[in-house]
Design a protein around this ligand. Structure first.
Ligand code: SF4
Length: 214
């Protein structure tokens, strides 16, 4: 029994998750890595590079922002980051998370979408926190203006390191060359999937980059 009827945002997330479940053979890493290598894309190296990049960002936040975010947001309950229907989830976010999650985590994610803890906060937020193992890149890269000013205003070296991280993110997401976020959409599109979360293939601006790279 669910507390609220699902809105269109929840429906599109559930739809994407269901499709990924249906096409789970694409999550079988050795097989998919082999297929992609034959097509000239080293998915294994890209995926491990991306996961290492994400760990690096986590360390950056732990070093520079943990204290201020805990004090300002979590303790006060303000937590503006996890707002309702406010994040853009990429298809690749879901696929990467599914690749590193077990069935129980996958099920919990789905249940949280259907039955979120609060109707005023993100649908992925459960009482114990975010239900993603590797949360969407948009969430990972979010710093609120107050925290940004407080840290980068007093530590410009942290600001420079952050600019460098933002630039490096493009190697996985910005399709001026074949990138992980695009390829993870293509793999499922070839399998017959279509989703509004496939932003690299749905966005006219990003598709222009794809066309221009030849
Ligand atoms: S997905 Fe997780 S981190 Fe991102 S807004 Fe939702 S609860 Fe917060």
């Amino acid at each position: 029994m669910y507390k609220w009827a699902m809105n269109s945002y929840q429906m599109e997330q559930i739809h994407a998750l269901g499709m990924i479940r249906q096409h789970a053979k694409k999550l079988e890493k050795p097989r998919t890595f082999r297929e992609m290598k034959a097509k000239g894309f080293d998915l294994e190296a890209q995926l491990s590079g991306y996961l290492a990049f994400r760990e690096e960002i986590s360390r950056f936040f732990a070093g520079w922002f943990e204290e201020i975010c805990t004090e300002t947001c979590y303790t006060s309950g303000l937590s503006a980051c996890c707002s309702k229907d406010g994040i853009i989830v990429f298809w690749a976010d879901m696929v990467i998370n599914a690749m590193v999650s077990g069935p129980a985590e996958f099920k919990r994610l789905e249940e949280t979408i259907r039955n979120p803890a609060s109707d005023a906060k993100c649908i992925y937020l459960a009482p114990g926190g975010c239900t993603w193992r590797i949360k969407p890149i948009v969430c990972e890269m979010f710093i609120c203006p107050d925290a940004e000013n407080a840290v980068f205003g007093t530590h410009p070296e942290a600001g420079s390191a952050w600019s460098e991280i933002r630039e490096r993110k493009k190697a996985f997401t910005w399709p001026d060359r074949p990138v992980l976020f695009e390829v993870l959409e293509s793999i499922f599109i070839e399998d017959g999937c279509r989703s509004s979360l496939m932003h690299v293939h749905n966005s006219p601006g990003l598709q222009r980059l794809v066309r221009n790279r030849a």
